[in-house]
Design a protein around this ligand. Structure first.
Ligand SMILES: *Cc1c(COP(=O)(O)O)cnc(C)c1O
Length: 383
């Protein structure tokens, strides 16, 4: 076999052996919660479409109208000719929702994190990342060419130790965390992280991919309870609860202007299709108009955790950590046979030995089905 193909095959064989080989499965999402896979109709507990807005009539209609008015694609980078009129409205809406001065929309959340961090941190800088933060935060941190360290998950004491030891040797420092952790569903202690960052002249960035739309009255993880934590860099995605596609950063006006000028993933990548931007605007309308609806995913997750006897969910994400990859695959197949889609999440997406089912709850999941799922998890998976 030629060396390139032999190389690829050997890598695949190793993955297969470790139960870590992945494959794409064609999935037709019917209405936001029911999906069709391999001829089976399944209730999905694996989509990030927390508010089922990918299928909302007003959101779809906004996308259709934008295609008709502006076309299927944007045609160029936003700095050239791709900056169609819908962007200004979406950015103003995001900034208002997040109580920030300004916002900038990127091609995706991954592109946002890959672009933002290297603008703020260079070779002489320091990036401190929660160890369980999303892969694209680490990607952005590596691209900065600064020193990258991770602190123990949600351990503000450890962050303070690292800042004390390292901050002085670097020109700038950035602390980055998920606001709602994507694979664990827990929340970052943002107020304490901001205090620690402030005390060491470091900047704080939160990634609210799983917070916007569903926690803090839809405003995200800086707005939980009656307090507002003024995180200076609030990043997130339009691809989950917002039901469309794209990423964003909300920050002060000078920071956003600097991003427009320096973020490489913004400058050298084509603007989003007008339909995605229009859909996001329509989704924000729903979220702002119907706070009770936006609260439903967390309420449904809580119903599940109470039924199973787990600690109360604080986000729409509930992990059932099972250990080895095989155990997670077995549990996923068991639920598939019962009509549920619950994807097994394996390393390297999660640390070794913590393979899991990652269950996500959405506004429209029927209560009886959540109760049936809880019983299966309690009786057949956690026993
Ligand atoms: C999904 C996710 C991203 C990436 O966002 P996309 O818009 O899907 O590229 C970034 N950060 C976190 C925490 C995520 O869960």
């Amino acid at each position: 076999m030629p060396t390139l193909e032999a190389f690829a095959q050997a890598k695949l064989d190793a993955l297969e052996h470790a139960h870590l080989r992945r494959a794409l499965t064609e999935t037709v999402r019917e209405d936001g919660i029911w999906v069709e896979r391999a001829g089976c109709r399944l209730l999905s507990f694996s989509c990030n479409d927390y508010l089922n807005l990918t299928q909302h009539p007003a959101v779809k209609q906004a996308a259709i109208a934008a295609v008709q008015r502006y076309g299927a694609g944007s045609g160029a980078s936003r700095l050239v000719t791709g900056n169609h009129p819908l962007y200004a409205e979406l950015e103003a809406r995001l900034a208002r929702l997040k109580q920030a001065e300004a916002a900038l929309v990127f091609g995706s959340g991954y592109l946002a994190n890959s672009g933002i961090i290297p603008v703020l941190i260079g070779r002489d800088g320091l990036v401190l990342v929660d160890e369980l933060a999303h892969a694209c935060i680490f990607a952005g941190a590596q691209l900065s060419r600064g020193k990258v360290l991770s602190f123990r998950h949600n351990d503000v004491g450890h962050l303070r130790e690292l800042l004390s030891a390292q901050r002085r040797a670097h020109d700038h420092a950035l602390v980055v965390t998920d606001g709602v952790f994507s694979m664990d569903g827990d929340l970052a202690p943002l107020a304490a992280l901001l205090d620690a960052a402030d005390a060491h002249d470091a900047w704080l960035m939160s990634d609210d991919a799983h917070g916007i739309g569903v926690v803090g009255g839809g405003r995200g993880s800086s707005f939980i309870g009656n307090t507002h934590v003024p995180v200076p860099l609030q990043m997130g995605t339009l691809s989950k609860a917002i039901g469309a596609y794209g990423g964003y950063l909300c920050a002060s006006a000078p920071v956003i202007d600097l991003m427009r000028n320096r973020a490489r993933t913004f400058i050298y990548s084509t603007g989003l299709p007008p339909s995605a931007v229009a859909a996001a605007i329509a989704a924000l309308d729903v979220i702002e108009r119907e706070p009770a609806y936006a609260a439903l995913p967390v309420e449904k997750a809580k119903l599940f955790t109470r039924r199973v006897g787990l600690p109360d969910a604080v986000s729409p994400i509930v992990p059932i950590v099972l250990g080895e990859a095989e155990a997670a695959l077995f549990a996923s197949r068991l639920l598939f046979d019962e009509g549920f889609l619950a994807a097994a999440i394996r390393p390297p997406t999660v640390p070794d030995g913590t393979a899991r089912l990652r269950l996500t709850f959405t506004a429209q999941h029927p209560v009886e089905e959540i109760e049936r799922l809880a019983e299966l998890v309690r009786e057949k998976i956690l026993t």
